[in-house]
Write a protein of this length. Structure first.
Length: 162
């Protein structure tokens, strides 16, 4: 359950998302350097208040790739390490193109969330990108394959391929 502070931050993020929205991956910042939002998402759900604050105050961080060989966006880290569904929704609202952005290894954020069993993140992504459940990575695997292999039945039951 979210605290009142998290709800307030989320509401502020959603209210401001329209003014700072990054529409697609053509707005990617190709400068390869980890930023505060990458770091906050690496901390997992326990850093949700900080994550929402950074999304609200510095939405352009969402378009920056990290300095790893994969070139992950902050949403990739949110998907890998988990976060609250509301945080993932705020990130996607501010930069919708992140949901469809492949890493160098061919992983979209949905693949990573399905691997880790992060249901809330999967739901947030599928809400805006339902066809993503059928997207194949560089090894020919879909997010559904990843969820099945990881034993994440809840994700499989919630997924509705188009």
């Amino acid at each position: 359950m979210e605290s009142d502070a998290e709800v307030e931050v989320e509401e502020a993020v959603m209210a401001e998302a329209g003014s700072a929205e990054l529409e697609d991956d053509s707005n990617l910042d190709l400068k390869r350097e980890s930023n505060e939002l990458h770091d906050a998402f690496r901390q997992g759900p326990s850093a949700s208040t900080l994550q929402l604050q950074l999304i609200r105050e510095q939405p352009l961080l969402l378009s920056q790739q990290d300095d790893t060989w994969e070139g992950w966006l902050p949403l990739h880290h949110a998907a890998r390490w988990g976060t609250l569904r509301s945080v993932a929704e705020a990130a996607i609202a501010a930069f919708a193109g992140a949901a469809k952005t492949c890493s160098k290894g061919g992983y979209e954020p949905l693949h990573l969330a399905a691997m880790g069993g992060h249901l809330g993140v999967c739901e947030a992504i599928v809400d805006v990108y339902p066809e993503g459940v059928l997207k194949r990575d560089n090894n020919g695997r879909t997010p559904l394959d990843e969820a099945r292999e990881g034993g994440h039945e809840a994700i499989l039951l919630r997924s509705n391929p188009p």
